[in-house]
Design a protein around this ligand. Structure first.
Ligand code: C30
Length: 290
């Protein structure tokens, strides 16, 4: 079965250490960590296999509140200086994956915000291309003119003019990767824009397009602890989502050690953490949408 290629539990099992009980995404509020890596499927793609040296260039934590029909998303810049469980020194958040795959990445994000990460979706360029293709493109408001390489790293192969438009797979990937135009912080904003567009496009689809084929080809390039059943339920759930809010993680460039880091503003981390906890309605927290 092709879906079993993508379905993969974390080492910790189905329940986050920060939960009393495992959540059910078709009933409970839940969180998902989205991780994009620059890696190929040639050696087999999995949550924790062949992670050495592979970094998460895109890392977004999304929380879903069923009653409020809302999603909140925060992007963690890849150079964010954080504590990685089990490592002596602080390091870039993207390195957690290169030391310990998704297990360690999930743990690192849970410690950063003190919130449970219930699910993860890890994917590479190929899976991203397949997903956007299956959706028939995604609608994005491109703010600045972009000239970027394509998935085969051919320089200047993708050119985007500013304006609201439908992006095809290669264009969407180029949009997700563009960094030199401004910075990794703006790149994170573009990635959140893409996730929002993917959710909105899924919600508009009558049925899951070419689903068998998509899962077949995506399976080798994606790993997730969502089951096939969860994914079908989420596809329906996407139609009920009313609001998607982007949270910003503030910080500043830090070259004090000679290497470049993005030093996170502690108050901002705390503020984001409180918002996520309340959105998930963790024990002791209530959610009051303002
Ligand atoms: C309902 C639920 C549960 C979820 C809904 C949402 C869903 C299901 C979404 C599905 C898709 C997902 C999970 C998306 C999440 C995240 C995204 C948007 C991923 C897309 C991209 C991806 C697969 C991986 C990350 C790719 C990134 C950000 C960078 C890699 C630069 C070098 C050295 C130069 C190089 C230069 C550029 C573009 N490149 O690309 O090119 O390796 O980037 O910054 O490392 O490289 O620097 O100087 O050689 O040319 O400037 P890169 P770099």
């Amino acid at each position: 079965n092709a879906t079993s290629n993508a379905n993969e539990e974390l080492g910790r099992g189905g329940k986050s250490e920060k939960r009393e009980q495992a959540v059910d995404p078709s009933e409970d509020h839940f969180s998902v960590l989205l991780a994009g890596v620059d890696d190929s499927s040639t050696r087999g793609f999995s949550a924790n296999g062949d992670y050495k040296g592979v970094r998460t260039d895109a890392l977004i934590l999304a929380t879903f509140n069923r009653e409020d029909k809302s999603v909140k998303m925060v992007s963690m810049p890849r150079d964010s200086k954080v504590e990685i469980p089990g490592r002596r020194n602080t390091d870039r958040i993207a390195h957690a994956h290169s030391y310990g795959g998704m297990d360690l990445t999930v743990e690192t994000v849970e410690e950063l915000f003190d919130v449970p990460v219930d699910y993860y979706v890890k994917l590479n360029f190929d899976a991203f291309l397949e997903i956007v293709d299956a959706l028939g493109g995604v609608e994005i408001n491109v703010e600045k003119e972009i000239t970027e390489q394509n998935s085969k790293d051919e320089a200047g192969a993708i050119h985007l003019e500013p304006g609201l438009q439908e992006l095809g797979p290669e264009e969407a990937l180029a949009y997700a990767r563009t960094r030199k135009l401004d910075s990794d912080i703006y790149r994170g904003d573009r990635q959140k824009q893409l996730v929002e567009a993917i959710i909105k496009k899924s919600a508009q689809m009558e049925s899951i397009p070419k689903y068998g084929t998509v899962i077949d080809s995506v399976g080798d390039n994606m790993a997730t602890n969502f089951t096939f059943g969860n994914i079908l339920a989420l596809f329906k759930y996407s139609k009920s989502i009313d609001t998607i809010e982007n949270l910003k993680l503030e910080g500043f460039d830090d070259t004090s050690t000679g290497a470049y880091y993005y030093a996170l503003d502690e108050n901002s981390v705390e503020e984001v953490s409180e918002k996520l906890k309340s959105h998930l309605e963790l024990p002791g927290y209530e959610y009051n949408p303002s």
